[in-house]
Structure formats: C-alpha cells, structure tokens
Design a protein around this ligand. Sequence first.
Ligand SMILES: NC(=O)C1=CN([C@@H]2O[C@H](COP(=O)(O)OP(=O)(O)OC[C@H]3O[C@@H](n4cnc5c(N)ncnc54)[C@H](OP(=O)(O)O)[C@@H]3O)[C@@H](O)[C@H]2O)[C@@H](O)CC1
Ligand SMILES: [K+]
Length: 560
Amino acid sequence: MTELLTAAQMRAIETAAIAQGRVTGLALMERAGQGVVAAIFAQWPDLAPAVGAKRGPAPSADASPPEYFRQDDEGEQRAVVLCGPGNNGGDGFVVARLLKEAGWEVDVFLYGDAEKLPPDARENYAQWAALGEVMPLSAYDVQAQAYALGVDALFGTGLTRPLEATVVEKLCDLCTLDRTVAIDIISGFCADSGRFLCEGMPPGVGVSLCVTFHVRKIGHSLADCPLAIAKLRTVDIGLDRRDALRKLGFLSSADEAREANRAVVVRMSDRDDMPTAQLHGQRTIDKAQGHKYSHGHAYVLSGGVGKGGAARLAARGALRVGAGAVTVGVPPAALVENAAQLNAVMLKMIGQASDLSAVLRDARINALCIGPSFGTSSREVRLLAAAIDADRPLVLDADALTILAEHPDLFVQLHPKCVLTPHAGEFGRLFPEMAEKLSATATQGPAYSKVDATREAAKLSGCVVLFKGPDTVIAAPGGRCCINASFQDRAAPWLATAGSGDVLAGFITGLLARGYAPLEAAEYGAWLHTECAVDFGPGLIAEDLPEILPRVLADICSNK
Ligand SMILES: NC(=O)C1=CN([C@@H]2O[C@H](COP(=O)(O)OP(=O)(O)OC[C@H]3O[C@@H](n4cnc5c(N)ncnc54)[C@H](OP(=O)(O)O)[C@@H]3O)[C@@H](O)[C@H]2O)[C@@H](O)CC1
Ligand SMILES: [K+]
C-alpha cells in the first residue's frame, strides 16, 4: 500500500524541504533529472553508454558506473527532449544535459519563452544552452531525425488548463517513437484526477515509461492516465513527506487522524501491508476456534427461477474467502434448481420479507449480500428494506443498487455497515450529481476525480462505496480512501467478464462475515479479486475466481 499525493501536497513537501534548508530547488531538479536518466537506462540497458565511453557524471547519486552499462560502444544515439515553461521543462534540460554527457546527440525544443522560465529551470536552460541549441517547439518534426528516445518534459504537476492544440499535436508526434519517457506525468494529464484536460485523452497519447518523483501522484492510478503509461517508475529525490510537513507545522500530531481521512492510498501488487496471515484463516469473529460459526455466517439472497447463477457465484466467493457458513436464500420456486447446484453452500427458502426477518433472528448470521440477479419487483424491494432494517453488515450490488436509486426512502436508511459496489452505470443512477461532474469536460486542474466522486458518494450515503473499474476507488463516509489499481504489470482486462462482480460481492460478504470492518472488507476483497485474476491470466471466467483464491492466499502467505 502506498500513500499517493496531490500536486499541491507534493509542492508543499518540496517547499517545506527547501524552507528548512535541507535541500535547494536546484538540487532537487538535478536529482530528478538524474533519476529519469537512470530509469531510462535501467528500462533499456541497450541505450546505456558503454563503460569508458565519453560521459560526464554518472546519472545516479553514487559515482560508480551502474552495472547495466554495456561493454561495447555502438556509437551515438539521438534523443529529443520537449521542454515546457515550468520546472518540468527544467527537469527536461537536466535530462538533455546528462544524456549529452553520456554521449548522446540531443535535440531540445522549448515551448514558451526562455526568459520567463522559473529560476531553477532557467539555470538548467542556461547550462544546456552552453552545450547545445534550443529550438522552438513549433520547429519539432518527428520525421526529421531517427530518434532512439523521446522525452516529454512539457508539463508536470503545474498544469492548470488544457494544452493548446499545437502542443497536443507535438506530444502525439513524440508518442509515435518506440521509446518515449514522460517526466513526472504525461503532459496534459491532471496529476490529481488522471484525466486529460479538455475533451479526454487524444488517441495518440501514450508513453513507454513515466518517471515520477518521491511518490506517485493520485492521477497516476486514476482514469485514462495509467492506461497511457506502459511502465511507471518512482525515483527517490531525498524528500520525506510527513517529517517535512510536521516540522514546518503543516501537520501537528493532533492532525494525524484528520490527515488519514484526507489521504489516498493505492493498492498494487505489493503485499507487505496485507494482513496475509489473517486472510489465510486465523481471523475469527470471536475467540471460539474450531466451529464453523466462529468464522461467521454469510447469507446471499438469490433471484428467482433461472436467475440463481449470480447469487451462487457470490456465495462461492464468500465461502472460499473464509466465511464459516454460507447460505443462499431463494424464493420457493427456485429451491429445486438451486439444490441441484449447491453442496457446501446451504439453502434456505425465503419467500417474503417476513421470512428474512425471521431468519435474521439468528444472531450468528453476520453478513448479507443482496443484488446479483436479485430482481427489482415489489417483493425484492420489501426484502431489501428488511435487510437494511436488520442493521447487519450488508453488501449491496447490481439490482439492489437499482432499487436504491429508485427508492430514496430506502437510500436514506443506509447505515455504516453497508457496502455499495456500483459500476459506472450504477454509480450514475445512484449518484447522478457526482457522475455528471465526473463526466463533464475537465477544463482546469485540479479536475474533479473519481476519488472526489466516490468520497462524496460515501459521505452522502453514509456507507462504504466501492466504485468499480480498473481504478476501483473505495471510500468511507469519513473520507478514508483507497484505490485498487489494476494497470501495467497488474492489468487484468479479462476480469471484465460476466459474473466477476458477483464474485467480488461474495468476497466482500465473506470478509464481513469473518469480522472485517466494511472498509477493510471492501479493500481486501477488491485486492484479492484482482490478484486472483492476475494469477489466473487470460481465459478467466467468473467461476475460476473463487477456485483460484486458495492458491493466491497460500502464495501470499508463503511470500511473506
Ligand atoms: N515539486 C517538487 O518537489 C519537484 C518538482 N519537479 C518538477 O517540477 C514540476 C512542476 O513544476 P511547475 O510547478 O513549474 O509546473 P509545470 O507543469 O512544469 O509548468 C507550470 C507552468 O506551465 C504553465 N501552464 C500550466 N498549464 C498550461 C497550459 N495548458 N498551457 C500553457 N501553460 C501552462 C503555468 O502557467 P500558469 O498556469 O501559471 O499560467 C506554469 O508557468 C514537476 O512536475 C516536476 O517535473 C522536480 O524538478 C523535482 C521536485
Ligand atoms: K511531462
């Protein structure tokens, strides 16, 4: 789990470090440029200069040549660096200089007026100008030279408005090169929302590598931005977030709790902070070991005849994730059909809401799941009302969300033990105001983001909201927020398969049954769901997800 930053938070950290005298802006820019060049050579060792070839200081903090340096010299390579009017452009001048010192031919183009560059960028412009020419961006022609590398240093975290059309055109030209590197973030993307400012991401935008500094920004894990980055690397430039802010008085110890509610974290493939031992089976809802009910009892309500598959998938997910007992509640007409399909999962006839209320007198039933192919008729509305009224941990998915969107009287009954799991369409029906803001053209940065929308939705509904997508955002009413990112080496496009969401609802329900709090259950459920899909690979169908889970759990425990 990594805490992400907004552009403003990153600027505050930089300002704090400089104000304390711990570092200068110029030194940070030099480290940033060195980090980019080191990342380029680590990504493509064939681009690294030969040992003994003409070069200046090694592009890393220590002076020894990195091991990826090749043993032979195949001659000069040519790179193009597009620099912008701010400090991102300043990083570009550093990269141009370091590449030149490493033996490259480098063409540098500037968008804007060199005289108006901020001081550190101006200094690096001057250092570059002593080595080579700076041409106006309008003169850049991707066809003019055989560039082995293109560097986008047009805009970073300071983007405030859409790029001019001519700049977009040059950026797209740059992206046609085989090897392109964006410094900090691809120009044009808002670092807080991951949205391309203006009408959306132009089809030609995409880079092979993006190198960001200190920690990822929120935008790297949201919306279109991560889709346009094949590989993202974060380089250390010697900043310390919390310490710096606290020492400057930006963050007192007393503010820590509130700060936690403002923080956004991302879950990727790192497993270090996952409660793997607990997920694997040690977590129980009470101290009594060894009995199935000590691991909770999850109830999944099914749809009618011919509609039970989705609930069965959810039930299987709940069982595999470790709920001690799982029951599917079915309308009487669907009993035989479900009996023919279920073994370890139990079956119970639930005709009307009164049946559910009667069943729920059993306090051992500690998690419910309603929605997958459930139906939206008056019977289902009454069942949903009874479930919400029971005040148990409750996952609401699919048809349950449709009912909620149509019944504001039920929506206002939602409570903190509920977890809503909408996809974009369901989110739009449930939270039209937020969806409208999210789909409106982003004309200035920071743009309204999926994190903003999900947080607002959680606050409005008073429960945990898990807004699905490759950038699944999970937020609690108090503001705590997590992104489950499924991009780059964790991309699993095959997860967009029928029934996959039902299994996710089941995983969350099972974790609730095991005693996890709603936010934890949603976070861990989403994380495990992606891990299962990544582990299985292409060809996955929803039925595979629960079945692969034991292997994923065993694997994360053995790697711990
Ligand atoms: N923070 C750190 O710790 C470190 C930061 N570092 C680097 O600095 C970068 C941030 O630098 P930055 O703040 O100067 O922002 P950047 O994106 O270069 O440009 C802003 C300029 O562009 C302008 N402008 C904005 N939108 C525009 C548009 N559409 N079209 C035209 N102009 C537009 C805007 O003008 P304004 O909005 O004020 O009119 C302003 O003049 C960061 O990404 C990283 O690479 C590293 O060196 C190491 C440590
Ligand atoms: K950039």
